[in-house]
Design a protein around this ligand. Sequence first.
Ligand code: PPS
Length: 363
Amino acid sequence: MGCSKWRVAFNFGHLKVQSKLSVFFTMIILFTYLFYCLNGFCDSLPRPVFDQRSLLHGGIILTDGRDAENLGGALNASPASVVRQHLPDLPTGDAPFNISVANTFGSKKFPQAIIIGVKKGGTRALLEFLRIHPDVRAVGAEPHFFDRFYEKGLEWYRNLMPRTLEGQITMEKTPSYFITKEAPRRVFSMSRHTKLIVVVRDPVTRAVSDYTQTLSKSPGLPSFRSLAFRNATTGLIDTSWSAVRIGIYAKHLENWLRFFPPSRFLFVSGERLVSDPAGEMGRVQDFLGLKRVVTDKHFYFNQTKGFPCLKKPEGSSRPRCLGKSKGRPHPQIPAEVLLRLRDFYRPFNLKFYQMTGHNFGWD
Ligand SMILES: Nc1ncnc2c1ncn2[C@@H]1O[C@H](COP(=O)(O)OS(=O)(=O)O)[C@@H](OP(=O)(O)O)[C@H]1O
């Protein structure tokens, strides 16, 4: 009898300890979850992220890890526009990056506008600047649908898109589309009305930027000079090297003009995107038929980075410059190599100016 009393008492005590422990662990789990949520990690709508690490998400592969630096969890655009529908007193312009909302609003649509190029042109900067706009929602990672994953089908592609409400624009950026032979026809067959944005940069600097990126991943890479020339004595340029080939913009554009009229394109100057981001953003917003929401009040020049960055939205401590892989120092390339390359590009550049009706001033 005494023994069973003890057993009951023991079991009861055991149960009490057990229930206390389970409450304790539940609290820990709850607090951890809350902590993560408050820090924005459990958003169903990842925000535009600067200086955060990225991920493989929903079948989207970050190109060679290129954007890993600055994509962060950014698969979708900021929830700003959605939140703003429900909190009309929020100031326009800066997104309330730290507010979590369930992504159940609107529907997934094919992008009405795509940043199709060019690699190392400043495409990430443009997309991140655009994402401040409450009427722009974009896939953060590069979907590479029209070049690598076309066989997955249009529904797969549409599913990658963030949800948009009436009046909002869906966007994505994949710079390799510009040089992909099949891309124009494929984009056209999705929608002939797609707006195409090309960020172009002096092809010589672009080639060096491209080389810098490859060098950062393969430190044993041969010199720029040895890759750029097919024959160093005659100065024959190796156009089979992608860093050179990508910069022959006129040739790639010809391919696109077979499917889309010139009015469907906007050419953004990569140089002006750095020297006058607000001015260039004004052109982009006009082209997209958007109100000019992104203005000079959103930018400041970060002396340390040497590039424009986004001003911190109030109440946010997030760094707002692009990641380390954007705007990194280039290796010193011998002047005669750059001169020869400049000569090589000149006729193609002139052709490109003629085709676009815009002198980018690279010569
Ligand atoms: N605001 C701001 N901050 C940082 N970097 C900026 C910015 N605006 C333009 N750029 C230029 O963008 C270049 C990278 O271009 P992309 O984003 O198109 O590169 S990628 O193709 O997606 O890898 C990158 O090239 P590098 O300077 O060679 O790193 C920058 O020159």
